[in-house]
Design a protein around this ligand. Structure first.
Ligand code: PLP
Length: 397
């Protein structure tokens, strides 16, 4: 194998590197400060105090109160707790859930499970840019609706949904009915990348994940607005306000708190930088490579996310060719049992199977530089040309 000259990581929507200061903050809790936060002695009390501080930092990043934050093991668990927990606690009031067709599997597969257990689920469509029409939410609400779950920003193409508008519509509907419709958002991709405030967005529940914001893996959080009726999924001790039994993952929680604190400080600067870098990448690709298309909204999009279809180029072939050059990107399709299915997100935008197979996701992050982007722009055209020369996917006549 050829030696790799560079290593350029452009897959931050998959996961982010741990911030060195996050690691530093976590280390004492893997060594000296090992106490159980439920213990009454000083070992426990010290850890409890640090956990409370971390909870405050997470809450502060999203404009919540610290007692509204529940620590979980991941974004996936937060979504499970939100959806199943609301259904379980509100069964007598209704069984209808509204979501979108482009959610992450951590919502879609929970909805599938719930529909096999007595729920009815409405999947709202999106337009060609991946946007939900908020009026569709209004039309879909029935007497039996208990929950609307719409992701904040899509992981594959970055489109940001009009949550404020949807929140306003739900609030309006709630003012005319005895049973409240709850509003959940999967904000795993948006927290840290853009401003997220639970009150401005008018959401009742919000999921986030440590490893998407330069924190550790294996830790997530669910914001639950005070007063929301929700059941726990786990039976056990009284941890996390009785909503998530099990001794807490303290190093993970401390890491998540630190990552949120850094995000509160750096977000605006980072957002500007990422916008500039991804625009540079997009313009570079547009100028040098014919027959490409941007998937997702041209403006209402996460600052570092760029999903591009390269006509006649299989995304997987391009990914592997770039990997050989030390550049890590992602394709929009999930590989199941060795056979890559085209992305449900890209199909929902109206792309054909063939077009969906030709897409590639670049997701930029904090450590990326202008020089790295220039390098990608420099080598990508010849790789695309080479693959087009041998492509099995038909070209436009
Ligand atoms: N939701 C979205 C939008 C995601 O992008 C992801 C991960 O890719 C998840 C949920 C799952 O998060 P976790 O990996 O923390 O389980």
């Amino acid at each position: 194998m050829r030696p790799i000259l560079k290593r350029i990581y452009l897959d931050h929507n998959a996961t982010t590197p741990l911030h060195p200061l996050v690691l530093k903050a976590m280390l004492p809790y893997l060594e000296r400060d090992f106490g159980n936060p439920s213990s009454l002695h000083r070992f426990g009390r010290k850890v409890r105090a640090s956990m409370d501080e971390a909870r405050e930092k997470v809450a502060s990043l999203i404009g919540a109160k610290s007692e509204e934050i529940i620590f979980t093991s991941s974004g996936t668990e937060s979504n499970n707790l939100a959806l199943k927990g609301i259904v379980e606690a509100n069964r007598k009031r209704g069984n209808h859930i509204i979501t979108s067709s482009i959610e992450h599997p951590a919502v879609l597969n929970v909805c599938k499970y719930l529909s096999q257990h007595g729920c009815r689920v409405t999947y709202l469509p999106v337009d060609r840019y991946g946007l939900i029409n908020s009026e569709d939410v209004r039309k879909a609400i029935t007497k039996k609706t208990i929950l609307v779950s719409i992701m904040h920003a899509n992981n594959e193409m970055g489109t940001i949904q009009p949550l404020r508008e949807i929140g306003r519509i739900i609030k309006e509907a709630n003012s005319k009915r005895p049973n409240r419709v709850y509003f959940h958002t999967d904000a795993v991709q948006s927290v840290e990348k853009i401003k997220v405030n639970v009150n401005k967005l008018k959401v009742d529940l919000l999921s986030l994940s440590g490893h998407k914001l330069y924190g550790p893996k294996g830790i997530g959080a669910l914001y639950i607005r005070k007063g929301v009726r929700i059941s726990s999924l786990l039976q056990g001790g009284e941890h996390e306000y009785n909503l998530r039994a099990g001794t807490e993952n303290i190093p993970g929680i401390i890491g998540l708190g630190k990552a949120c604190k850094i995000a509160s400080r750096e977000r605006i600067k980072e957002e500007k930088k990422l916008l500039k870098l991804s625009e540079r990448l997009y313009q570079g690709i547009r100028e040098k490579i014919p027959d490409i298309r941007l998937n997702g909204h041209p403006k209402k999009r996460l600052p570092g996310t760029l999903n591009i279809s390269f006509e006649s180029v299989e995304g997987e072939a391009l990914l592997l060719a770039l990997d050989l050059e030390g550049i890590a990107v992602s394709i929009g399709s999930a590989c199941t049992s060795g056979s890559p299915e085209p992305s449900h997100v890209l199909l929902a935008l109206g792309l054909s199977y063939e077009e969906a197979y030709t897409s590639l996701r670049f997701s930029l992050g904090r450590e990326n530089t202008k020089e790295e982007i220039n390098y990608v722009i420099q080598i990508l055209p010849s790789i695309v040309k080479r693959i087009r020369g041998i492509s099995a996917i038909g070209r436009k006549k």
